[in-house]
Design a protein around this ligand. Sequence first.
Ligand code: KIV
Length: 285
Amino acid sequence: MSAQPKNKPHSRPVKRARRITAPQITARKGGDPIVCLTAYDAPTAEILDEHVDLILVGDSLGMVVHGLPSTVGVTLDMMILHGKAVMRGSKTAMVVVDLPFGAYEASKEQAFGAASRVMMETGCQAVKIESGTYAAETIEYLVTRGIPVMSHVGLRPQSMHVLGGFKARGRTAEIADEILENAKAASDAGSFAVVVEGVSEKLANRVTKAVSIPTIGIGASAQCDGQILVTPDMLGQFERVPKFVKKYCDQLGATREAIANYAADVTDRSFPGEANLYHFNKPSS
Ligand code: KIV
């Protein structure tokens, strides 16, 4: 695990009166880095809220919460359930909910139906879609109808079966140019920001220079306009994480130790101890 100084000097936590909006995120292009993380439940969202600008309810929840092999099996109902929890836990960070595989690709009307349902039922501020140039029409349709869209280019986990897995992308000039075009199309169509995942630092920097909206990097470059990680990955909840993840604590080790200690305490009857017991003064109790 990487050594991380405790309480690194920083301007955060931040005090804000109201939720960050999509235009405020867009206005941060080229400015202070935009801090983003994923959350799937209320208690985590509550912890994140004062430290991050944007919380993504990512469809990564399929893998890190539900134990699915990929994000492909995630449903709109799952996204809405977790989106509601994150909205309850957070107060001022912008909350973006992923549209899952199958909920938006068929047509712009299908995308509007899914996105409006997510926004109405969760109260979130925006949706995210994984997008190639083909998605430009959908993005424009949603944005002109009141739904802010965050796009996602580069490694697009929902397309893993076409891309051949979760490998970093853009190794050939042709694919790198295609990713750049996808980002430009997303920006021109009116996305308020674009996630750039699993590409070389050089390509991420090219994309960041080429588009007028903030790039949010994950496995990309420190020069992106912001960064995001899957929170359980950076908290060290899993043994194996992608190369681009920096583990900021060892949650797996701490959890294993706590569970083992609990099991030992129950086994030798040292739990519950005196501090955990009720004693009422009535004679019958
Ligand atoms: O689903 C997710 O968590 C994401 C992030 C990795 C950007 O899309």
